[in-house]
Design a protein around this ligand. Structure first.
Ligand code: FES
Length: 168
């Protein structure tokens, strides 16, 4: 379980500026625009748990790009959230090796039995898709609150949901 700070415009602006400065130091002239976007998005999500919609115009202004471009990047990468996560986050691997080991069955069961579709939060548990966690031989693999798990089949998923929902 992670704890994040509430949205704070000043803090967001300082994170954005710091990441842009780093990108400029590293990439020179190429670091002025969109090159800095991914580090900025990671920094914001690390601080707030998601990339708040209020951050989009701040990023666009700072990088001199459109808000649509910023939103496009946020929605393109599965790791970025545009809404606050629950107290617990399950990142279920949906890549090929885990599919061969049953991750699609697990995903369908999480949706049918628990209402947990990718991107949804139910009873303080958020589900996200990821694509390979480097645990391919032991799939279905998942990162649960940043702890790697193996063999997340239907029964393991049920036990996991019960455990997480009982945790504060
Ligand atoms: S494919 Fe799932 S961990 Fe590699």
């Amino acid at each position: 379980m992670s704890s994040y700070m509430p949205w704070n415009t000043e803090h967001a602006e300082s994170l954005i500026a710091a990441e842009q400065r780093q990108a400029q130091a590293f990439y020179g002239d190429d670091g002025h625009g969109a090159t800095a976007m991914l580090p900025i998005l990671h920094a914001l999500q690390g601080a707030f748990g998601y990339v708040p919609p209020d951050a989009v115009p701040l990023i666009a202004d700072r990088l001199n790009i459109s808000k649509a471009e910023v939103r496009g990047v946020i929605s393109f990468y599965h790791d970025f959230r545009d809404a606050p996560p629950g107290r617990h986050v399950i990142k279920l691997c949906r890549a090929e090796a885990c599919q061969a080991n049953g991750s699609e069955r697990t995903a369908a069961h999480l949706a049918d039995a628990h209402g947990l579709h990718p991107g949804a939060t139910v009873n303080s548990v958020t589900l996200q898709n990821v694509y390979c966690l480097g645990n391919c031989a032991l799939g279905p693999a998942a990162l649960v609150d940043d702890v790697l798990m193996a063999g997340v089949d239907v029964s393991a998923a049920d036990a996991l949901i019960t455990r997480l929902q009982e945790q504060p």
